[in-house]
Design a protein around this ligand. Structure first.
Ligand code: PDD
Length: 277
């Protein structure tokens, strides 16, 4: 396997050569935030939005971020890797404790880490499981504290699924690593932004693009039962693009694979953001 290009505290290196302290608060407390930033045909997709969201996540943790430096590191990382399609994982942690302590020392120096992954976008069909949303109450922060997502997604994998659709008291929130959309004949629905979901960049790109082309989009609070009558369901993320849900193992649905409105949204998205034109 080719060496993976990475950067740790602004020093470029290969991933397998980076040494990290076990007292990094990313390691002991998940006191860290991250971004997954895709690029396709050498073009970064919605780069500014990702940097903005990273800055917001850092603000929520009271961490300062030099966005200019971060942006240039990410660009440099991609160019060193010579990859054409892929994504950058970039993480900012509060830093390294001298001794593990819940209450952090305000003077810690933030610790940054990024690496670049070879990844090609392709259309996917997903089998999913509905599960209760076990997570904390600030899912709008892109934090590395993802144990709720990890437990649910691995439980789903044990049932032969690729992803989950989560709900809190019957209200749909999002996927384990994605936002959810569903559609009937002429309208696309997606849960409104709140502290219970991540403000997905792909979600935002898709909503803006399809609205501009005259497709009706409704953001709101939706119960699980609304999925039972949906003609199509799909999940969005920076690594999946739009991935169609063709099978939900623990809910009766009427989804059809060749639903026109889904196909239209998928085409619009791939053409606008992934064709490189
Ligand atoms: N995750 N919701 C959750 C919980 C996510 O983890 C993600 C993406 C999304 C979609 O956000 P975006 O469109 O900005 O990628 C929604 C990334 C891909 C990950 O953790 O790997």
């Amino acid at each position: 396997m080719d060496k993976i290009h990475a950067v740790y505290n602004s020093r470029f290196n290969y991933l397998n050569e980076i040494k990290i302290s076990p007292l990094s608060r990313a390691y002991t407390f998940s006191d860290s935030v991250y971004e997954v930033i895709p690029f396709c045909n050498s073009n970064l997709i919605a780069f500014e939005s990702h940097i903005d969201r990273l800055e917001k996540s850092c603000d929520a943790l009271n961490l300062s971020l030099d966005t200019k430096k971060t942006s240039s590191e990410i660009i440099d990382l991609i160019s060193r890797s010579k990859l054409i399609d892929g994504y950058v994982y970039y993480q900012v942690s509060r830093g390294i404790d001298p001794i593990r302590s819940h209450i952090f020392d305000e003077s810690l120096t933030a610790e940054t880490f990024g690496y670049v992954v070879d990844h090609t976008f392709k259309s996917q069909k997903l089998k999913v499981m509905i599960c209760e949303d076990l997570r904390w109450q600030r899912c709008d922060i892109k934090s590395t504290s993802l144990l709720g997502n990890v437990l649910s997604m691995n439980e789903a994998r044990n049932h032969g699924c690729d992803e989950v659709i989560m709900h809190k008291s019957n209200l749909i929130t999002e996927g384990g690593a994605s936002n959810i959309f569903f559609a009937n004949n002429d309208t696309v629905f997606t849960p409104s932004l709140s502290n219970n979901i991540l403000p997905g960049i792909t979600r935002e790109l898709l909503i803006n693009e399809i609205k501009n082309l005259g497709i009706k989009v409704v953001e709101g609070n939706f119960e699980l039962k609304e999925l039972e009558t949906a003609h199509s369901i799909w999940l969005t993320s920076s690594t999946k693009g739009l991935a169609q849900v063709t099978d939900v193992i623990n809910l009766e649905t009427k989804v059809v694979e060749d639903h026109n409105l889904f196909k239209k949204c998928e085409q619009i998205f791939f053409k606008k953001f992934l064709s490189g034109s």
